[in-house]
Design a protein around this ligand. Structure first.
Ligand SMILES: Cc1cc2nc3c(=O)[nH]c(=O)nc-3n(C[C@H](O)[C@H](O)[C@H](O)COP(=O)(O)OP(=O)(O)OC[C@H]3O[C@@H](n4cnc5c(N)ncnc54)[C@H](O)[C@@H]3O)c2cc1C
Length: 375
């Protein structure tokens, strides 16, 4: 009886999710049919960024990484850019002035990194987005010497992808830290990744910062340009790729929640993923400050917790806390990689099966989006 009653209360509630990325996709999975759900995103597609680096190198793969919101989500999807979330009037405001009412709002606007990690928020059609990757594949193909700036997961995976398909190219990865990947991962994890890159002939320059980043174009239009580091090193290169600089997509919330932002503009949330000081405003995924390392798996796990907490909120039930868990699969191309599950580290054998071969693409289309891959 209790359960039945609480479901019907939730059914009458308008839940608006701002952002149709990985978190938004899991809102559909866990909340569609249980409440009046609307997911709003300015783009007609979900960008499967986990496949961006494969799509940077492998012609045709770009078709797999943009999934139509309309096809997957139907009536629950609304295309539009949210410019403001008003917690007093309980509306989100779109850039054309339209107001969408909510009982509960979930901010899930994610983050941006330079292309090819993610595509700009202004690229609203999948045709445009696919074209960007096709052009980029050509740039990688023609460049003999490639320098990747940034030794986090994106830089490492990209170096591995390029080296796998183009073993003859001179690839250099520069990181300002003395190691690669985030320090929260085990030393063994980072060591294995380094060994894999070096075995592929990738040159690692660690503990040096690129000092002339502003002078370098990243579109391959300056062949033979000189990348300089703060230790006086100079590297001749044909293509510079940025794999640095994650930024919060905060345009939708920065004005009304100015006092709820951390120093990098991510929304401060409590353990139940409610924005600091609010009951009916939640923030999920990359745009909040819940995790040390921002990952799609965490965004999706958070949305699962959120779905239960939204139900608990309308039902006067008990909310459950979100707990960060360490699980990371890092591919260094199609044939190798490293996985850390809690504190155990696995090498290429497992990682190749889990991720490196297909970057989870079939599972994502089928299980998360409920569609067949276009291939
Ligand atoms: C190259 C690369 C590889 C990665 N590989 C992995 C991996 O292997 N495993 C893993 O777990 N994680 C991986 N990640 C991290 C993962 O991509 C992010 O953690 C994930 O995208 C976060 O999901 P999200 O839904 O919070 O945000 P996003 O995916 O960034 O989605 C946010 C959505 O909000 C929308 N939005 C933004 N502003 C507005 C607005 N004003 N109004 C309405 N909508 C708005 C955007 O259009 C976007 O669709 C990778 C990231 C990159 C860049």
């Amino acid at each position: 009886m209790g359960n039945h009653q609480s479901t019907s209360i939730l059914e009458s509630k308008k839940v608006v999710v701002v952002g149709g990325g990985f978190a938004g996709a899991h809102a559909i999975r866990h909340l569609q049919g249980k409440c009046q759900l609307t997911v709003i995103d300015p783009r007609e597609y979900l960008h499967y960024s986990i496949g961006s680096l494969r799509a940077s190198v492998q012609p045709g793969f770009e078709k797999n990484i943009f999934v139509s919101h309309n096809e997957a989500w139907g009536q629950s999807f609304k295309q539009g850019r949210v410019t403001s979330v008003d917690p007093e009037k309980k509306v989100v405001i779109l850039e054309d002035g339209e107001e969408v009412q909510f009982d509960i709002v979930v901010i899930a606007t994610g983050s941006s990194v330079p292309f090819p990690g993610k595509v700009g928020l202004n690229v609203t059609t999948s045709a445009e987005a696919e074209e960007l990757f096709k052009e980029f594949q050509g740039k990688i193909k023609t460049a003999n010497r490639i320098t990747i700036v940034g030794g986090g997961a994106v830089g490492v995976e990209l170096a591995g992808e390029i080296a796998t398909d183009y073993s003859e190219k001179e690839i250099t990865l520069i990181n300002d830290k003395d190691d690669i990947i985030h320090v929260s991962f085990k030393e063994k994890f980072r060591q294995k990744a380094k060994e894999q890159l070096e075995a592929m002939g990738i040159k690692l320059i660690l503990g040096e910062r690129v000092s002339n980043l502003d002078e370098l174009t990243t579109d391959g239009s300056q062949p033979c340009s000189l990348v300089k580091t703060d230790k006086g090193r100079e590297i001749e290169t044909d293509l510079v790729i940025h794999a640095i600089g994650i930024q919060a997509n905060c345009d939708a919330y920065k004005d009304n929640f100015a006092d709820k932002l951390d120093e990098r503009n991510f929304l401060k949330v409590n353990e139940f993923l409610q924005v600091d000081g609010y009951t009916d405003v939640f923030a999920v995924g990359d745009c909040n400050n819940a995790d040390q390392v921002k990952m799609a798996t965490k965004a999706m796990n958070q949305m699962e917790v959120l779905a239960q907490n939204v139900k608990a909120l309308v039902d006067n039930g008990e909310m459950i806390p979100y707990k960060e868990e360490t699980i990371m699969t890092l591919s260094t191309g199609r044939n190798s990689g490293v996985t850390q599950f809690k504190s155990v580290v696995f090498g290429s054998l497992l990682t190749k099966k889990l991720k490196s071969q297909h970057v989870f693409i079939h599972r994502f289309w089928k299980e998360t989006m409920g569609l067949d891959l276009k291939e």
